[in-house]
Design a protein around this ligand. Sequence first.
Ligand code: NAP
Ligand code: 8YV
Length: 329
Amino acid sequence: MVAKTRLLVPGTIRDRVLDRLKDAFDVVRIERADPALLARSEAASISGVAVSGGLGAAMIEHLPSLEIIASFGVGYDGVDVAAAAARGIAVTNTPDVLNDEVADTTIGLLLNTVRRLPQAEAWLREGRWVREGAFPLTPLSLRGRKAGIYGLGRIGMAIAERLKGFGVGIAYHTRRPREDVPFAYYPSLAELAEAVDILIAIVPKTAETHRTIDAHILRALGPNGVLINVGRGWTVDEGALAETLGDGVIAAAGLDVFYDEPNVPQALLDLPNVSLLPHVASASVATRDAMADLVADNLFAWFERGAALTPVPETPFVRKAGNDLESLR
Ligand code: NAP
Ligand code: 8YV
């Protein structure tokens, strides 16, 4: 009998990933990605990892036969890609299959923030409509606004497509301008913030995006300004945001992501002009199933056909016979 390829799944992952893998692979589970939880002898037999969340350099180093890390989610900031790339280990993510869900949630969050829909529903549920009459008119509206998208990639484009239907102006900032869009390009985030009154952040967590939305950017957005963040909490200086929201430097904010999840700063929780969601932008059964399938499909593609479906740009590797890996570059 030929031994099955051994995969490691540290921590929790959607059951659908495990169901897809269990017959074809020998799946080893550990509670979390911690080298201390896997004996050296066992670690040596692991060829692939499926993970939701983080896989650090120490865990990667602990797996001498590792060829591929299939990460659940399009953002792969939890995986030490530099450590993987240095060893020729492929890393895959789950791009595209979540674009529409995340973009839909972004629009919902924007409407909740601007038109105060959660507060209006609470008003009804608390019996205040009956006792006190109509919910107060919202000072903010989408009418006449211009939205700036910070990160016009796969999801940013899906957000822009939806915003067109709302009749708001659209502008964007990325490091390189896109040639395939009619939207106004601003070469810096500060210039974009100056030009718009809605700023939507959908950039990855990288060294370059750390706390780039700071007091300076929020001041540029102005007193009618609305910040929406669906990328990573890492991108926002949450202290500056709470202060500017409290002082009326900007009007409101809607956040799906936070710097230290699941911990949300009390200063934000205390503010009436912020709408908060617990990182749910992709969180429908259908979309999480599609993401789970792409994790599994990447592992099948790698071990059966020699090339992953959605490798991240830093690890464009293919697999050759005898665990001999090669870069496509
Ligand atoms: P993507 O297609 O790679 O798009 C990323 C965009 O950000 C590109 O337009 C890129 O353009 C821009 N960008 C990257 N670094 C930048 C920088 N330093 N300054 C300015 N622009 C920069 O990624 P995606 O699939 O749209 O996903 C984006 C991110 O959304 C993910 O990495 C993840 O963190 C987050 N996300 C969150 C949720 C959620 O549940 N809230 C769900 C899915 C994704 P340039 O390369 O030209 O700069
Ligand atoms: C998921 C996300 O919530 O894809 C991403 O980058 O942030 C979300 O879709 C997360 O990856 C699931 O753990």
